[in-house]
Design a protein around this ligand. Structure first.
Ligand code: CAA
Length: 371
């Protein structure tokens, strides 16, 4: 799709050059043939031809910019795909998602083309499946680019109320960061290019809840990715671990922090320092990392059911509830309580609060409009 972008620009660039050349030829013909009076000393020809060429390129350059923007806008409308077709620059895509969400979300994540993830929509739930089965869904950079793109689209899609993130197959949610991709990295590049920043930049800003449905291995970055989600459900054979120490590194995407909050210092320290102490699904549930365990085959279906239930609530209240719970990780109790109180008070400005309470009083189901 980026090729479309290049094609449009290349055609227009060639058009610009052709136009400049045509102006130069016209200048030459004018001076040399039509009005030789301008060429009395014979020396005017070259400057006038050069001027005509430069003016031609300049004018056609301006026209190119206008036509290029117009053509791309037209193609966006036709293909309904602003991100893939015309935002090869991820920063541009990010800006577009923030400043023009209505344009960005025209194309839903379910119909976007991905190779390392699969996406679909079930009711009001967006489902993302990490899809590198041969590498146990190891998390490489391109996979995160696709994941971030899909999550951004689901977050902008007003018909989606929650997202379920899972791994393809039942062997692994994700066996960690892609070791083969990162084995030759060096400190300076990691630091200057912000290695792993990509992992959190979209998930951190998700307003809608994400549920991780973990079957099989959730190791290293896989465990960290699950912990970035808002709820974790596990299949009966799920295994959680932080084996980075065995590779001569430490967890780098939240393992030393979120795990401590989830299961306490002693267990987290043992997992991080030995790399080999892992939690089974039952242990993870007992420790508080996992909300519930389901049979392997029905895990994703059950996670979607719960996501559907969350999606049926008022979106402003779901999003504020998520914000308030997450604030507990960042704020001292008094500030957290104040923050919660403000959000609670603010929700009385929504139509959904009026509808929710009226429905209760009238003994009927609420019909939330997310306003
Ligand atoms: N990166 C790249 N490839 C991986 C991978 C990873 N993290 N984990 C598994 N794979 C690949 C294997 O190389 C193998 O590929 P090939 O068939 O091409 O050789 C394929 O997946 C299947 O793996 P195994 O043959 O090893 O499968 P297994 O059932 O014998 O073992 C396993 C499964 C215990 C998960 C083992 O693969 C393993 O230990 N993986 C590495 C786990 C790990 O160390 N994760 C932490 C990564 S570092 C990190 O995540 C940093 C961070 O904090 C962000």
């Amino acid at each position: 799709m980026v090729a479309n972008d290049c094609l449009v620009d290349s055609v227009l660039f060639c058009g610009g050059l052709l136009c400049g050349t045509a102006c130069a030829v016209a200048g030459y013909v004018y001076v040399a043939v039509i009005n030789p009076a301008y060429n009395v000393h014979g020396s005017y020809t070259t400057p006038i031809v050069i001027m005509a060429f430069v003016m031609g390129v300049f004018i056609s350059g301006m026209a190119t910019t206008v036509i290029s923007a117009g053509t791309k806008a037209m193609l966006v409308c036709i293909t309904r795909d602003p991100y893939h077709s015309y935002c090869a620059d991820p920063q541009l895509a990010k800006d577009l998602a923030q400043t023009r969400p209505e344009v960005f979300s025209i194309m839903s994540a379910a119909s976007a083309e991905y190779t390392l993830i699969k996406t679909r929509i079930e009711g009001n739930v967006g489902v993302v499946e990490l899809h590198r089965p041969k590498a146990l869904n190891a998390l490489c950079t391109d996979l995160f680019r696709e994941l971030n793109d899909a999550l951004a689209r689901f977050d902008q899609d007003k018909n989606i109320g929650a997202v379920v993130l899972t791994g393809s197959g039942t062997r692994a949610f994700a066996a960690g960061a892609d070791i083969k991709e990162m084995k030759d990295k060096d400190f300076v590049t990691n630091y200057t290019k912000g290695f792993l920043n990509l992992w959190t930049e979209q998930i951190d800003r998700m307003r809608k809840p994400i549920i991780a449905a973990v079957n099989g291995y959730a190791l290293g970055g896989g465990c960290e990715l699950a912990m970035m989600c808002d709820i974790i459900y596990a299949g009966e054979k799920a295994v959680f671990g932080q084996p980075e120490i065995n590779l001569g590194i430490i967890p780098g995407a939240g393992g030393t922090q979120r795990l401590v909050h989830a299961i306490g210092k002693a267990k987290a320290m043992e997992m991080v320092l030995t790399g080999n102490a892992k939690l089974t699904a039952k242990e993870a549930e007992a420790a508080g990392l996992v909300a519930r365990i389901f049979p392997i085959e029905s895990l994703v279906e059950e996670a979607i059911k719960i996501a559907q239930e969350i999606a049926s609530k008022s979106q402003p209240s779901v999003q504020m509830a998520k914000e308030a719970v997450n604030a507990a990780f960042e704020m001292p109790l008094s500030s957290g309580l104040r923050f919660e109180r403000r959000l609670f008070q603010a929700l009385f400005a929504t139509k959904d609060q009026k509808e929710g309470m009226a429905a209760f009083a009238e003994k009927r189901k609420p019909n939330f409009t997310h306003e």
